[in-house]
Design a protein around this ligand. Structure first.
Ligand code: MAN
Length: 362
């Protein structure tokens, strides 16, 4: 089973968005969180801007400098000929010896895009969320938006030299907002908070990245207040030799069906080719996996999914549901936004119930 791609894909590209920073170019408008607000579909777009460099041998790494109680954009100049650095991944500059990321090549923040029909979007001129704290000095990325009653909770990757953690911001009107700080410390990303309490608890998917023992896989945690998370359980793991053999993480905010909570997630193989799959979780106990798709429901095939800033990526942070129609909004090749649709009934019928091991945990 495969989704139906929207005929006018991609729906937003870097050409549609002018840079906020002087002497920068927009290289990506992707991995947008989705909210439905006052009859409109809102995209919380991750906009990635890269400093222009007049000299091909110089890479400029952007960071926000919070020293002196100011936040100013600072560009770190790095020489491509310097053997200490590895420039082979376009997203990062890595320190060869320590095998760690020294800088990102772009700075991400969030801009709003608005649409009446969920297909044609107009992008705001100004950022909506911009780094305001030291733990976001390298950018704000990949937001998910969970509506709980009249409040929208935005969960995002807060990136800095200290690592990638998960920040939380809430808003009622997509104008003013409240910052709640880091809810999960590095390294963790791909948080998706469930839209209602289950037996008196909030739940969230998250994706720690163990460096010693263990792998980047999907976990689930509980909370009484959305800020402090505990009772962590391992939810879904990698499968060797398959499309989900490299890393796996929560995608869209899960939604309720009469069969269970449905989650559209991403997984990459060991070659960093990202696909989307679906998993069904127990309505009363979302730490229990009921079924999942054996094969991807969406894999990079269209030209705009295969070729871009980082090739072969489809990555979702949000879906909408109208009757039987799931609309999947997804980032393509770390460059643009695309849209695809799938029937809820057909997707549920496609899930495999057997062969799924009971989830672990302590
Ligand atoms: C990875 C990629 C990048 C992202 C960094 C930090 O390298 O997902 O797009 O900027 O992680 O989150």
């Amino acid at each position: 089973m495969e989704v139906n791609r929207f005929k006018d894909n991609p729906i937003i590209t870097p050409d549609d968005v002018s840079p906020y920073h002087e002497s920068h170019e927009v290289i990506g408008v992707f991995n947008a969180g989705i909210a439905e607000y006052k009859g409109e579909t809102l995209m919380l777009l991750r906009v990635a801007e890269r400093p222009l460099s007049q000299n091909n041998n110089i890479v400029k790494a952007p960071i926000i400098d919070f020293s002196n109680n100011e936040n100013t954009l600072k560009l770190i100049e790095l020489d491509r000929k310097n053997p200490a650095y590895d420039f082979s991944d376009p997203r990062t500059v890595r320190l060869r010896q320590k095998e760690e990321t020294a800088f990102l090549t772009s700075l991400s923040y969030i801009r709003l895009a608005r649409s009446k029909d969920g297909q044609n979007f107009t992008v705001d001129e100004q950022p909506f969320l911009y780094p305001e704290a030291e733990l976001e000095a390298w950018g704000i990325e990949d937001p998910r938006v969970t509506q709980i009653e009249d409040t929208y909770y935005i969960q995002y990757s807060a990136v800095s030299e200290k690592g990638v953690g998960v920040g939380l911001i809430s808003t009622k009107d997509f104008n003013s907002y409240e910052r709640h700080g880091l809810i999960l410390h590095p390294e963790n990303k791909d948080v998706a908070i469930f839209p209602e309490q289950i037996n008196g608890k909030y739940y969230a998917l998250h994706r720690p990245v163990p460096k010693g023992i263990g792998r980047p896989e999907i976990w689930i945690a509980e909370s009484d207040n959305l800020l402090h998370w505990g009772n962590h359980k391992h939810l879904l793991g990698l499968r060797e030799g398959s499309w989900d053999s490299g890393r796996i993480g929560g995608g869209a905010v899960p939604f309720k069906t009469d069969k269970g909570w449905l989650e559209i997630y991403h997984a990459a193989d060991t070659e960093d080719r990202y696909c989307l799959g679906a998993v069904l979780l127990d309505l009363d106990n979302p730490a229990k996996v009921l079924a999942k798709t054996d094969k991807p429901i969406l894999e990079p095939k269209a030209d705009y999914e295969v070729n871009g800033f980082f090739d072969q990526v489809v990555f979702t942070c949000g879906v909408t549901l109208q009757d039987d129609r799931i609309r999947i909004y997804y980032g393509v090749a770390d460059t643009s936004m695309a849209l695809a649709e799938i029937s809820l009934k057909e997707l549920l019928a496609e899930l495999t119930y057997e062969k799924v091991p009971e989830s672990g945990g302590i």
